[in-house]
Design a protein around this ligand. Structure first.
Ligand code: NDP
Length: 282
């Protein structure tokens, strides 16, 4: 089975759009997401375009704040503080990566945890790991939604997550643990990665290396979720999984593009609604 993330994300966005109509009628204003982009990194510009398109589709309010590459850390902090204090703004997203002269963690720390739609603020990270109500990062939530939508059994199954970044690997491992998977986190120092991956009933790959997971690393029938987005020299988008060789072995697999990517954006919309509702109910 090829897991159609694009279609599942589209269904979610339709539900969100209906929810926005109802919420706007109830509370008299739309959810509002402000997106901040610093510089002109082509990949970041493309991600931001997709996010803005989704906010328009879901009928959110919001602003795209495009700042020059030369923006100082203090200037960016000022923009964030303005949005933190603005009661009409529900969510603030700062597109990463930031230019080298800006300390990314300092910027993440400056976003109000209640408007932190990416779920990267230390308060939300801590709350997630403590099992408390948190804003959960979008890509890991998208991975879980795909598993849920495809009816993949999780309890008691062995999940292997390849990659231990703060934005994907670690939070997705925690969410799988919450669903009672037995979780292994593999990384660049893992010995015999192929043998570890072959144990996985559910294999989630977030490495950033084009097509590194090959058929011999996958247990027959496993569910394979490919988070990777890599651009080849020819300009083609490929995942971290060698789709062509793995697809016949896997029980279910996400394509790239059209798998996790659209789900990340749908979950960003969902997180914005969560922030809006929590702020209204406070
Ligand atoms: P990072 O570079 O932050 O982390 C990569 C992880 O992969 C690290 O933990 C690293 O291990 C591990 N790794 C690197 N090489 C190997 C190897 N040879 N064997 C095993 N593990 C290895 O990446 P991200 O988590 O930010 O992103 C991963 C991928 O997902 C990228 O392609 C990115 O573009 C994509 N992505 C896609 C999103 C989407 O919406 N679909 C959203 C976010 C990211 P170590 O810690 O030891 O260095």
């Amino acid at each position: 089975m090829i897991i159609d993330g694009k279609q599942i994300a589209q269904n979610l966005k339709e539900q969100i759009r209906e929810q926005v109509t109802a919420l706007t009628a109830q509370y008299g204003r739309k959810p509002c997401l402000d997106v901040i982009l610093v510089g002109e990194n082509p990949a970041s510009m493309s991600y931001v375009r997709s996010k803005i398109k989704a906010t328009e589709y879901c009928d959110f309010d919001g602003e795209l704040i495009s700042l020059p590459e030369t923006t100082t850390q203090d200037e960016l902090l000022r923009v964030i503080r303005e949005r933190n204090e603005n009661p009409g703004v529900d969510g603030i997203l700062v597109q990463l990566p930031l230019p080298k002269h800006i300390d990314e963690q300092c910027i993440i720390d400056a976003i109000s945890p209640e408007k932190d739609v990416d779920g990267f603020h230390p308060t939300n990270v801590a709350r997630l790991w403590l099992g408390q109500e948190a804003i959960v990062p979008c890509t890991p939530m998208g991975v879980m939604a795909l598993l849920e939508q495809t009816g993949t059994p999780l309890q008691g199954r062995h999940a292997v997550v390849v990659g231990r970044s703060n934005i994907v690997g670690k939070p997705v491992a925690k969410l799988l643990l919450d669903k009672n998977c037995t979780v292994t986190i593999a990384h660049s120092r893992t010995a015999d990665l192929a043998a570890v991956c072959r144990q996985a009933d559910i294999l989630v790959v977030a490495v950033g290396r084009p097509e590194m997971i090959t058929a011999d690393m996958v247990k027959p029938g496993a569910t394979v979720i490919d988070v990777g987005i890599n651009r080849t020299a020819e300009g083609k988008l490929v995942g971290d999984v060698d789709f062509r060789s793995v697809e016949p072995v896997a029980g279910a697999i996400t394509p790239v593009p059209g798998g996790v990517g659209p789900m990340t954006i749908a979950m960003l919309m969902r997180n914005t609604i969560v922030c809006y509702q929590r702020r209204i109910n406070k």
